[in-house]
Structure formats: C-alpha cells, structure tokens
Design a protein around this ligand. Structure first.
Ligand SMILES: Cc1cc2nc3c(=O)[nH]c(=O)nc-3n(C[C@H](O)[C@H](O)[C@H](O)COP(=O)(O)OP(=O)(O)OC[C@H]3O[C@@H](n4cnc5c(N)ncnc54)[C@H](O)[C@@H]3O)c2cc1C
Length: 452
C-alpha cells in the first residue's frame, strides 16, 4: 500500500478504514465497489491543487467524482486517488444573462428549483439527482434536447486543475482545444472545479403522463412509434415500462404496480399537446396527468429511481422501431419481465444539429434511444436480469446506429463513441494536457503516444 504523509494537507484526505471512507467511495449503483488508494475531499479549487500535488508525489493517478452516478463506466481505481468533489456545490445564477456557474459537484437539484421560480430551465436529464459536471461533459440529454440541443453545447466555460496541478479556465477564447475536448471527452483532462452554462426560458410548458396497464405495452409502443414523424421539436415523448417496487418511497397510486407510461413534455399549450397525442389518448389511459406545469416538473416526469440501488443496464440509439422490435421490447419490459425499467425515448430534432463552436460531443444520431435496467437482488434474479438485457441487446443490435456514452454504464473502449477524426483529436488534446495519463475519467481517453 502507498503511504504518504497527509498530516500537512489542508484538504481532507482519507485512507482505507478512516471514518467516512465508505461514504466517500460510495456510488449510485450499489454493485460498484470502488477501492482507490486514497480519497481527497477538497472544499475549493485551491484544495484540488493540493490533492493533485499529493497524488503526483505519491505516484498515484487521479480520478474525480461528484455524485457517483457515472462511476460504473470507469476502470479500476487501484493505484489512484479519488478526488471526491462532493463538498463543492456552490451555485450562482445570473438571471439577466440566463447563465449559471456551479461547483464541480452541484447536482441539477441544486439549480432547477431556483431556475423554475424564474421561468427558466437548464438542459437537465431525467433525474435532478445527477451531477451537472459528469452529465455535461458526456453530452447531457433530456426533455428539452429535441428543441435546444445537448447540454454540452450550452456549456460556456469550465474551470479545472490540470494534471500538472495548474488551475486553468477553458472557454472559447482560452485553451480552446481543452474546452473542445472537455465537452464530450469527459473527465479525462483534469479535475474540474466549476462549470458555467446557459439555460433557457420556458414561458409555457405542458407535461404529464398517460398510464396504461403494462399488458398494453405492445399496442402503446406501436401507436407511439407511428406518431413520431408528426411530432414537432417542441414535443418530447417517451414510453416507459416501469415495474414500481412495493416500497414506501413510491407514491401510493403506482406502488407495487406495473405500467406502460407515455410521458410528454410540450413547450406550448396543453390543448396543442393533447391534439398531437390524440391517438394515444384514444387508447384510454387508466390515469392521465397531462397539464400545464412549471419547469421544475421536468425533474420528476421520468420517475427515475432517486436512491442508490444495485442495477445492470443496457442502451442503444436506433432510427426506427419496426413492429416486431416494439413487440419484442414490450415482451422484455412487460409483465413478468426482469427489467425494472425500460425507457424508449424520442430523440432527433436538435440532437442531430451541431452548433458553431461545439465540442467533441455535439450531436447524437438516431430517432429513438432505448435504455433499460434490471435490479438483481440475488443470484437468481441476477441471471434473469442478464437474460433480459441480453435479449434486449439482441433486438437492438441489428437496428443500432450508435450509443450514448453517458448511458453506457460499464467500461468499454471509448473510441467506439467517436468518429476517427474526433477520437484522434481527443487523444492529441490528452497528449498535450496529460501525457502521462494521470487523470482517469470514465470512458477513458488515452494519450496519443500510449496504446489503448
Ligand atoms: C438515475 C440516472 C438517470 C440518468 N439520466 C440521464 C439522462 O436523462 N440524460 C443523460 O444525459 N444522462 C443521464 N444519466 C447519466 C449521467 O449523465 C452520467 O451518469 C453522468 O456521468 C453523471 O455525472 P455525475 O457527475 O453525476 O457522476 P460522477 O460519477 O460523479 O461522475 C461521472 C464522471 O464524470 C467525470 N467527472 C465528474 N466530476 C468531475 C470533475 N470534477 N472533474 C473531472 N471529471 C469529472 C468523471 O469522468 C466521472 O467518472 C443518468 C444517470 C442516472 C444514474
């Protein structure tokens, strides 16, 4: 084991067995078991500088974590210091400029309620529990993306401590290569201390869900799929097949039950949303919650799990879902299936448009994103979950046109997420800023001079 003198460090640094060790190494997915050599808990950028210096002296690599939502896709932390930024959650909102600056571990829930009061919204995803840093650096997609594009494109500046231990601010005019790489290449280029981004005005929003018995999943999916070409970018809809657990944290009306749910967010009037969704409404949902909403409603619309849980997942981007695929998906996510949640998200629109000055991940291909997870509680259910996910992969593989890295929750060769030129450029930037590969983000980008 590496031993270093941490007594002089103002930044709290934990060794295995210290009080708070298990809490500091925990992640959202309870199947993860991160075992770094040390964990630094900086309070500000100055303490991140100290932590990086300490790691360098000790011959350790460094890896950052704000919330642990994206930890499953990172390689082992053996020989690494985990820089747990969870104490860095400051938020500044510039209402007039529609601009927000947050600390490295701020979650969407730290900004979304305040923004909503102002009639504004950030381009967050399905869960406000997710951290802004990891989400933004991997792309960032949610209810507003079809209209407003990926969150990575809304980022205006990133402050970080480099592998050399230098604090720098990267934006369009300063260290433009680094700024480009961070917006899509993830946490591979330094330890981020703050991030600035633009938010959008939402003067009118209708949102809510149509709930159907899970047995109708096939019919709902087929109907929804046919409607997609008629939906404007202002409307984003998903079909989610969810088996709600019978636990007290789940609302009474759905607890212990399974539904095929059409979820909708429309940047406009409820009447217009209902007109667009009429063929789905005509299927007579057992519960209908669509109505005018404040922006904050988008934070809970997806009904994502809010507490850490053990899970395995899979995902793919596709152009279309033929009826046979919709039926197969309905079977895998439906009654008696082992997949606790299966989301079929409509993407397209601004997902495919690259704004000027964009970073390494500005767009995603496809019209539909599928994501599913299962929750193994024992060996038997683990095997059933794996069979369910394998079955879904078999359905999606022939249709897949790509993957969205933030939802690929296991370590893979990250070159598969980028075209050749983008991957080569990411590796060049890595060579410039971290040639010794000190900083290890999830979905690793190696320096150009080193192999894989
Ligand atoms: C319940 C749930 C719902 C989700 N929904 C969506 C969704 O709708 N849309 C979507 O796009 N994604 C979604 N995601 C995926 C999510 O965007 C990724 O898991 C993302 O990596 C989380 O970022 P984080 O900062 O919260 O997590 P962390 O685990 O803290 O960080 C993830 C990675 O980001 C990098 N990173 C984080 N902080 C720093 C830092 N300070 N410096 C350098 N690198 C850093 C590192 O590479 C790190 O490994 C969801 C995930 C979960 C668990």
């Amino acid at each position: 084991m590496t031993t270093i003198d941490t007594a002089a460090a103002a930044c709290t640094v934990l060794s295995p067995g210290d009080d708070g060790w298990d809490e500091a190494r925990a992640t959202f997915n309870l199947l993860d078991d991160q075992r770094p050599e040390l964990i630094a808990l900086p309070r500000d950028a100055g303490q991140v500088v100290e932590a990086v210096a300490l790691a360098r002296r000790a011959g350790l690599r460094v890896a950052a974590q704000g919330t642990g939502h994206g930890a499953s896709s990172r390689d082992t932390l053996a020989g690494a210091m985990l820089v747990n930024t969870s104490r860095m959650t400051e938020v500044e909102i510039d209402h007039a400029e529609r601009r927000v600056r947050v600390g490295a571990a701020a979650r969407w829930q730290h900004v979304a309620p305040m923004l909503s009061e102002l009639g504004l919204a950030g381009l967050h995803g399905s869960s406000l529990d997710v951290g802004i840093a990891g989400y933004s650096m991997g792309g960032g997609i949610g209810w507003l993306t079809r209209r407003h594009g990926l969150q990575a494109n809304a980022v205006r500046a990133i402050e970080l401590v480099t592998a050399e231990g230098e604090p720098v601010r990267a934006d369009a005019d300063h260290h433009a290569d680094l700024f480009w790489a961070l917006r899509g290449g993830g946490g591979n280029f330094g330890i981020v201390t703050a991030i600035e981004f633009e938010v959008v005005s939402l003067p009118e929003l209708a949102a809510g869900s149509f709930f159907f018995p899970i047995e109708r999943a096939s019919e709902v999916l087929r109907t929804w799929t046919r409607l997609l070409p008629s939906f404007p970018e202002e409307l984003t809809t998903w079909v989610s097949l969810i088996h709600f657990p019978p636990t007290p944290d789940v609302p009474d009306v759905v607890r212990g039950q399974s539904f095929a749910i059409v979820m909708a967010a429309h940047l406009g009037r409820e009447s217009e949303a209902r007109r667009l969704l009429r063929p789905l409404e005509a299927l007579a949902p057992v519960m209908d919650t669509l109505g005018p909403q404040e922006p904050i409603a988008l934070g809970t619309l997806a009904m994502d799990p809010e507490s850490p849980l053990p899970y395995r997942s899979t995902t793919a981007l596709v152009d279309e879902l033929p009826d046979e695929a919709a039926d197969a998906i309905a079977g895998l996510g439906g009654a008696g299936g082992a997949l606790a949640m299966l989301q079929v998200r409509h993407i397209g629109g601004a997902f495919g448009r690259r704004p000027e000055g964009a970073g390494a991940r500005a767009t995603l291909p496809g019209e539909i994103l599928v994501f599913a997870l299962g929750v193994p509680m024992d060996a038997e259910s683990d095997a059933a979950v794996s069979r369910g996910l394998d079955g879904l992969d078999a359905v999606l593989e022939p249709l897949a046109v790509g993957e969205y890295p933030n939802l690929v929750e296991h370590p893979v060769d990250a070159s598969r997420f980028f075209d050749e030129a983008t991957w080569a450029r990411l590796r060049d930037v890595k060579s410039t800023w971290d040639p010794a590969d000190l900083v290890r983000g999830n979905h690793h980008v190696p320096a150009a001079a080193t192999a894989g």
